[in-house]
Design a binder for this molecule. Structure first.
Ligand SMILES: *Cc1c(COP(=O)(O)O)cnc(C)c1O
Length: 433
């Protein structure tokens, strides 16, 4: 059964009616199904069992500590893109030996922190980064385990803002340059090349894109091995697409079938970095209708969540299903006549891109009613801001018929923390000399 489903006209997350959560804890509110997160990780572990995958959940998609902990407990590893994410994964109980560290701009202090904690590998994105890691590792007197992130020049056929594996992207190293990197790796001390890494984009729904990327680097992997580097891992990245509208999501079994022959051919142990696939459909954002505002030819539903809480529609023009939490109709049911209305669902933020849905046919909604914005588990709270001085929402984790507040709602007092009305001490330009 889906983590979120309607029963007798009410939306449930697992066995908890979400309307009651909205009443108890207020809105906007993120609600997550713990089972969904765990089940998705296990589905990947199963689909790729033949190559004993190390599944490294991509922390940036949803960094909620309570959920990270649930994942760490089933042996899930983590893909981090900053010191802050490594810290979070460790706080959640992750084994450092299951953490990979990616990102095009790693600072020395971040590299040093990762070395101190003893992570599995750095995913290296440039020649300059090789030098930086070597320098910091030498200072610590340790050897840094690295993987080279290759840019295979494959079109992931997804939204251009979330495509990363084409030649013109800032991510990864093209194959020609990668060959030069080997020379660098040999010259530089304190580096141990343990793997190769690919990540070609996000929300990829065609099941052969990753397989094509791996196929493309197979000859290269042969060369690396011949050059006597002790390769152990092939990190195939993340980007597995989910369903936002209906059934456009990736089928993990056929996806794995396409990739497995290539991975087996390399003889390497597979690492992967799913983010959205694990969490996207494991969360909803609950919001209340503040005003019903007919204006011009339109009907605006002004809700209490805004682009500051969920920015995907504003920046990617992303589609999110929206439906009243209490409704006699199933989501997407055709609503004819007076029981329905065509709405623009918009937030309270002073920006014209603060829109969740345009021209959407919904059951007629009343002021005060709660709506669910679906598929909000990935890149929702993780990208939330306090723009317009709106405190960020609370986060609730549901597990069976139990729920708990995994993150308190921010307060307006929180938003001024760290600021001063008047100087504590005044300096002059002279002091900088
Ligand atoms: C963002 C990212 C991921 C996760 O992407 P999803 O589309 O959420 O699966 C994995 N690996 C790297 C290097 C990333 O930057």
């Amino acid at each position: 059964m889906d983590a979120f489903h309607y029963k007798n006209g009410q939306l449930f997350c697992e066995n908890v009616p979400v309307q009651k959560l909205a009443e108890r804890l207020g809105t906007p509110l993120y609600v997550y199904s713990q089972s969904h997160f765990v089940n998705q990780v296990e589905a990947i572990q199963r689909a790729f069992a033949e190559v004993s995958p190390i599944v490294c959940y991509s922390v940036k998609a949803n960094a909620c500590l309570g959920l990270l902990r649930a994942m760490a407990r089933i042996g899930c590893g983590f893909d981090a893109v900053s010191k802050g994410e490594i810290y979070r994964a460790l706080r959640a109980g992750a084994d450092p030996k299951t953490i990979v560290f990616a990102g095009v701009g790693k600072r020395d202090d971040e590299i040093d922190y990762a070395l101190e904690k003893g992570i599995l590998m750095f995913n290296v994105e440039s020649e300059s980064e090789l030098s930086a890691i070597s320098r910091v590792a030498a200072k610590r007197g340790v050897e840094a385990p690295i993987a080279l992130r290759l840019n295979p020049d494959v079109d992931p056929r997804t939204h251009k803002h979330i495509s990363t594996g084409k030649r013109e992207s800032k991510f990864g190293i093209d194959i020609e340059r990668a060959k030069a990197c080997f020379k660098r790796i040999r010259e530089l001390k304190n580096l141990r090349l343990k793997g190769l890494h690919l990540h070609i984009g996000s929300q990829i729904t065609e099941n052969d894109r990753h397989a094509e990327a791996i196929a493309k680097i197979l000859p290269f992997i042969g060369e690396v091995k011949q050059a006597d580097f002790p390769l152990e891992y092939l990190n195939v990245g993340g980007g597995y697409g989910i369903s936002y509208k209906g059934n456009e999501g990736l089928d993990i079994t056929s996806f794995a079938q396409k990739m497995l022959p290539h991975i087996k051919e390399t003889g390497l142990r597979m690492v992967c970095e799913p983010g959205r696939y694990v969490c996207g459909n494991g969360g909803v954002l609950l919001t209340r209708v503040i005003f019903d505002k007919p204006s011009g030819d339109k009907n605006f539903l002004i809700v209490d969540a805004g682009m500051n809480d969920l920015i995907r529609p504003a920046i990617y023009d992303a589609y999110h299903k929206i439906w009243p939490v209490v409704s006699e109709f199933q989501p997407d049911a055709e609503i004819t006549g007076d029981s329905g209305q065509t709405y623009d669902v918009v937030g309270p933020i002073c920006e014209s891109t603060d829109v969740f849905a345009k021209g959407r046919r919904l059951p007629r909604c009343n002021e005060g009613e709660t709506l669910a914005i679906f598929s909000a588990g990935a890149y929702g709270m993780a990208m939330a801001s306090t723009y317009n001085q709106h405190p960020r929402p609370a986060e609730v984790i549901v597990h069976g018929d139990k729920f708990w507040v995994a993150r308190e709602r921010e307060t307006i007092e929180d938003l001024t923390r760290g600021e001063r009305l008047t100087p504590k001490e005044v300096f002059s330009a002279e002091d900088l000399k």
